[in-house]
Design a protein around this ligand. Structure first.
Ligand SMILES: Nc1ncnc2c1ncn2[C@@H]1O[C@H](COP(=O)(O)OP(=O)(O)OP(=O)(O)O)[C@@H](O)[C@H]1O
Length: 295
């Protein structure tokens, strides 16, 4: 049997920085036996995209991102509409897409999947011309991603600490949405546009989202009394957030979001958990069946 020729793009700083360890595991245990592996390390933000573009040109049939949702996003961007399939070795702090797709979180088993798994073609999303694969959005969660990105510590506990501190002082805002031509106005804390069901860490922000339905699921967290925050957090973990009276959900192919009175200004957004600024209005669109993934 022909061994699959796989390019591994390893982010050495993802999650608990296990990337180098996994790279040496691949070299000593798998290369030349079950896999024909080439391993390249990322050296900076967006480097994974450059490596993946090269990898496609070099004819790799599988390019595996060894990292978190940020590294997966940067890698998958280059693989949309190509014949090269994305592989995922999830070593990030949240691993939203890997969890959604049922890819094992233990690297040894995730590696095995690259050989034994099947190829699925999934949708991707676009936010102002830039792709995302898991979730994107604006409001409180995007703001916390920004705060977290500039904080010194990483990891879930630091994320929770930043979240609680900002939660106490964050206020809701009015947003106008157009979902496939239908208009609605909401007073919201956060609006998430989901291709996959969760942010990561099994926090299900859009429990009904599917990466194969040609639709984006919009979860609008409306204004609510601050003391109701904990039940809402519980609902994200037990997959019932969409049934909360403080949440409005809609689905669509094209979604436009503007923050009332802030036309043409930069808004805090996130794509797959990575913080960015993007000009209002925010234009989201689904691109059906645009990425091959090994699951
Ligand atoms: N060598 C590097 N030095 C610094 N940053 C890097 C390097 N390589 C990649 N990056 C950046 O690291 C960021 C975080 O990566 P990633 O999302 O994979 O990990 P994570 O944040 O720990 O995981 P998750 O997204 O699951 O929470 C990405 O924005 C990526 O561009």
């Amino acid at each position: 049997m022909e061994r699959p020729k796989i390019l591994f793009i390893v982010n050495p700083i993802s999650g608990a920085s296990k990337g180098k360890e996994i790279a040496s595991y691949i070299k000593t245990h798998l290369d030349g036996t079950v896999l024909d592996a080439d391993i390249r390390f990322t050296e900076a933000v967006n480097h994974a995209t450059e490596i993946a573009i090269e990898g496609v040109k070099e004819g790799f049939k599988i390019i595996a991102a060894v990292g978190g949702d940020g590294t997966i996003n940067e890698t998958a961007k280059a693989l949309r509409h190509t014949d090269t399939a994305l592989g995922i070795i999830p070593i990030g702090s949240g691993n939203g897409l890997a969890r959604h797709l049922g890819i094992p979180l233990q690297s040894k088993f995730a590696l095995k999947r690259l050989v034994t798994g099947e190829t699925r073609v999934i949708d991707s999303g676009i936010l102002n011309d830039v792709p995302f694969f898991c979730t994107a959005g604006t409001g409180f969660d995007a703001y916390v991603s920004h705060v977290f990105a500039t904080a010194t510590g990483r990891g879930l506990s630091n994320y929770v600490k930043a979240g609680v501190k900002e939660y106490l002082r964050y206020s809701s805002s009015e947003y106008e949405l157009i979902v496939d031509g239908d208009k609605l106005t909401v007073d919201a804390y956060a609006i998430t546009v989901a291709n996959a069901a969760q942010y990561g860490n099994n926090a299900y922000i859009a429990p009904e989202a599917s990466t194969r339905d040609g639709l984006l699921n919009v979860t609008i967290l409306k204004h609510f009394p601050k003391w109701k925050g904990i039940p809402l957090v519980i609902r994200t973990f037990n997959k019932t957030i969409h049934r909360s009276p403080h949440v409005l959900t809609v689905k669509g192919k094209k979604i436009q979001i503007r923050k009332t009175g802030q036309e043409d200004t930069n808004l805090f957004v996130h794509r797959d958990g990575e913080p960015y600024m993007a000009k209002s209005p925010l234009n989201f669109e689904v691109v059906p069946q645009s990425l091959k993934v090994i699951v």
